[in-house]
Design a binder for this molecule. Structure first.
Ligand code: GLU
Length: 493
């Protein structure tokens, strides 16, 4: 059987949109599910949209997300390198290849030179609009002979090359998600294939490259669906076997609009900065427009590869639901390797000035316990800053009236005294002490249950709810607990 080959072919126009990441992911999953190859090709023939550094950013986002490709464009030692037998994989380095195929189309009469000025094209479009027609090129330059056209070129006239579509012909292709699609050439424009700057348009380059690179399946966003008949026609006139098409539903927000920068985070790097795990974001994105047969929702990359198929991709737009992302990501945080999670948490804690390098060096295990203690409540790693606040601030304020009234109970001074006494007997709080202290106080004072635990928690953290008391006592340590008790005694008892 023919080797399955898929590609992700972004234009480096800034950052990687999460919709783009999902497209890359589905390509990757299908390729890996079929033991095929996955390729990263860079489509940079629109020079007006070029953004410095965008390529590196894009490659870094894919690397972070865990989407590995076999061929294409990589960054190694801060340098852009290309690997694979079908290179170059950057379209701006393939101009002579496109030129050759454009020439072939012209020779065979499937394309023609067009000299129409922008002003003329605008005018034609305006007139068509007024008449209620779909604006498209009116075909004026179709009638020029090749000799006439070549003479104009020799005279230095600017030109583009256009596809010469046959009149009134149905172009048919199959899409794995949408089924059979037929579009009549009357509804399609004579697409520009080669621009006046000598660069091909996307439409020309994509067909030539997908063919030469042996791409078997084209998986891309549905915004490209109207372009596909032009591509299919090009495959036909070149005499090339056309690939299988899959057009993915757009990723929408809850208002069913396209996700855009104006409405919040859309760049992969935004999610990374917020402390989403690549495993969580990938897992969630896979579910935006697809679901496995068993409807399982928490999945690793391996499981996604095993379960993925296009039959279960929906035809309608996938909704990006931040709450669901948080839920999925929270699952991954809870089962994450604690050392890795600690490494991810440290920069957030540093940025909030809760710890510094020296602290990390001296008290790494303490930080690890801290992370373990609060990880249950996190939906992304950056939230740790709010959750650990209680461990860094000895000025404990009861969070509300209820918390205050818990402290104001008659038995509380007695309880806190007992706590202080137990602390005075030891050098530092260890795990054993943290585990047994409450029992000891209960024995000594007779205070138990809610009356024992609630005031202790409020005295140590100000809050009525929170992490395990044992962890709180262990993490705070002797001096902090003494300071807190003193602070509370002076102000609230
Ligand atoms: N360069 C196109 C993009 O930016 C790729 C479309 C395709 O996959 O054919 O989305």
């Amino acid at each position: 059987m023919k080797e399955v080959r898929l590609r992700f072919a972004p234009s480096p126009t800034g950052y990687l949109h999460i919709g783009g990441l999902r497209t890359a992911l589905y390509n990757y999953l299908f390729a890996k599910h079929n033991n095929g190859k996955f390729i990263l090709r860079i489509e940079d023939t629109d020079r007006t949209r070029y953004v410095e550094g965008a390529l590196e950013n894009l490659i870094e986002s894919l690397r972070w997300a865990g989407i590995e490709y076999d061929e294409g464009v990589f960054v190694e030692n801060d340098k852009i390198v290309q690997k694979g037998e079908y290179g170059p994989y950057i379209q701006s380095e393939r101009l002579n290849i496109y030129q050759k195929y454009v020439d072939e189309l012209i020779e065979k009469g499937y394309a023609y030179y067009c000299f129409c000025s922008k002003e003329r094209l605008d005018k034609v479009r305006e007139e068509q609009k007024i008449k209620g027609l779909i604006p498209k090129y009116d075909g004026l330059c179709r009638s020029l002979s090749l000799e006439e056209a070549r003479e104009k070129i020799a005279n230095g006239e600017e030109y583009v090359v256009r596809l010469k579509l046959p009149p009134n012909r149905d172009i048919k292709f199959e899409d794995l998600v949408r089924g059979n699609i037929t579009i009549n050439t009357e509804d399609i424009d004579d697409q520009v294939l080669l621009k006046s700057d000598g660069y091909p348009t996307y439409h020309m380059a994509v067909v030539v490259d997908d063919h030469l690179m042996g791409i078997t399946h084209i998986v891309r966003g549905e915004e490209w669906l109207p372009s596909t008949p032009k591509h299919v026609y090009l495959y036909e006139v070149f005499g090339w076997e056309k690939p299988v098409y899959v057009h993915l539903p757009t990723v929408l927000n809850k208002e069913r609009k396209k996700l855009s920068k104006r409405h919040g985070d859309v760049a992969v790097e935004d999610f990374r900065e917020k402390g989403y795990l690549p495993e969580g974001l990938i897992n969630y994105l896979a579910l935006v427009g697809w679901s496995p047969e068993d409807n399982e929702e928490i999945l690793t990359m391996e499981e996604l590869i095993e379960k993925f198929s296009f039959e279960r991709v929906s035809k309608t737009g996938g909704i990006f639901d931040k709450d669901k992302l948080d839920w999925v990501n929270g699952h991954h945080i809870r089962s994450y390797d604690l050392d890795k999670l600690t490494e991810l948490a440290i920069p957030h804690l540093k940025e909030a000035n809760l710890i510094d390098d020296k602290f990390v060096e001296e008290r790494y295990n303490w930080i690890k316990t801290l992370v373990e203690t609060v990880k249950e409540s996190l939906s992304n790693v950056s939230e740790i800053v709010d959750k650990v606040d209680i461990f860094f601030n000895n000025q404990v304020e009861p969070e509300d009236e209820e918390a205050l009234s818990i402290l104001k109970q008659d038995h509380v001074p007695n309880l806190l005294n007992a706590f202080k006494q137990e602390l005075e007997n030891i050098g530092e709080v260890d795990e054993e002490f943290a585990k047994t202290i409450m029992k000891k106080i209960q024995k000594g004072t007779g205070i138990k249950g809610k009356k024992l635990f609630m005031p202790t928690r409020v005295a140590l953290t100000g809050n009525i709810h929170g992490p395990e008391l044992v962890s709180i006592i262990y993490l705070l340590g002797k001096q902090n607990i003494l300071n807190r008790i003193k602070y509370v005694e002076e102000r609230y008892l």
